[in-house]
Design a protein around this ligand. Sequence first.
Ligand code: SF4
Length: 487
Amino acid sequence: MPKLSFDIDAVISGRSRLTDDQALELYRNASMPDLGEWAMAVTQRLHPEDYRTYVIDRNINYTNVCTAKCTFCAFRRDHDDSDSYTLSYEKIGEKIRELVAINGTQILMQGGMNDRLPIEWYEELLWYIKTNFPTVHIHAFSPPEFVEFERFFGMDVREIIRRFHKAGLATIPGGGGEIFNPRVRRRIGIGKCSGDDWMRVMRVAHEEGMNTSCTMLIGHIEFVRERIEHMSALRDMQDYALQGLRTEDSELGAGSAAVVERVKSRWPGVFAKSSLSPQSSVLSPGSYTAFIHWPFQRENTPLGRAKEWDEATYGPFDDSTNEDVLRGRVVRMAGADEYLRTLAIARLFFDNIPSLQSSWVTMGPKVGQLALFFGANDMGSVMMEENVVSAAGTTYKLSEREICRLVRDSGWVPAQRDQYYHVLRRHDGPDSPDLRPLANPPVRNVRKIDKQFIGAAPGLDDGQDRSVRVQLPILSATDGPPRGIGG
Ligand code: SF4
């Protein structure tokens, strides 16, 4: 590879922080093997444990009615669409009951932004869940929903967060981050909050003592420098959350005060005044616990009908002067290489966000597994249900058994975690989800060898044969193949 203009070893060891320009340099010049090796070294430094984690949760999309019209969305409906819905508390309860039955620990509950639901509907829902399922962690309502709640309820977001927190909301997912840059956001997130507002909601949540996650959607109309700008904003806001404490009135050390000044002067819109001040009773501010990015899925979406970029027609994408590219009429999709490249650079860039998740839901099991070697330390969720991304054409689904197998085959012990990344169960023993024999293994390619029937079973339940060989019971010469075995 061409020589870098900076000392990458200092970044890997944590002695220096990657700048925005250096991140761009890596995008342009670093090879995939180098990026993987460097990101892996950082991951091993931050997560030297012998395990890699996952969480069991269920996505509950409580309504698909939405006031926004994101051009990458195939999920939203208007009130009068025949398939619009809002789930009842009982229906939501039923879904949670099914989750608890498989050792699930949390729900990720997000909706469209439905202007006909009052704040009491949400508070009662949270109370209902907390009362009936006290062990279930409620990770719910992304920043764009909170910004719309401000408008729907005529209330400051701090008051809404406080009321929801009191009713049982534990943490806030980073949905709707997309790309913060207004050029991109105006075109893909029609009716959705600005990047400043997204970060403002999370700042307030952190100040109120709640943890959150953060996200980025790649592979649509954004330039690489806009991805870096997005990550840079998140890293700054994490600096603020970790070092800036939660109030301007606090006694800050000189270093922390400088951080506050730097972040405020760079992102003034995030610090728009609110009518309420942070509570002094919050002892420990929250922060971003994880970063997750994934590529845009185009099926069934308005943006998916845009022209696809090719170099011969449009010239270089980044720094393009082509009017169609600049106006967001051309999409540049991200494949596995672009996803992994971005992941590795994110691991090198985020020296203050502990966890990076693999996005196997959009990338599939193989790339999802490879992500563990490009900076991810967590496999995200074993999802009982997912509606939003799948509406745009993604169909990957993995069971706990399959996720454990992917982690173990990569050289780590699989471990179930909670939302705070505490390990709940390590899977070392023979009763681990991936090591337990299947009750009725699907067997293929059955052959009779030495009076035995030998078949091959898929190692994973996704229909792909990984040639795990199984020996079927010895049968008498007159017996045919055991029942239920296909050829
Ligand atoms: S992505 Fe979310 S906010 Fe945007 S239209 Fe779809 S449901 Fe609404």
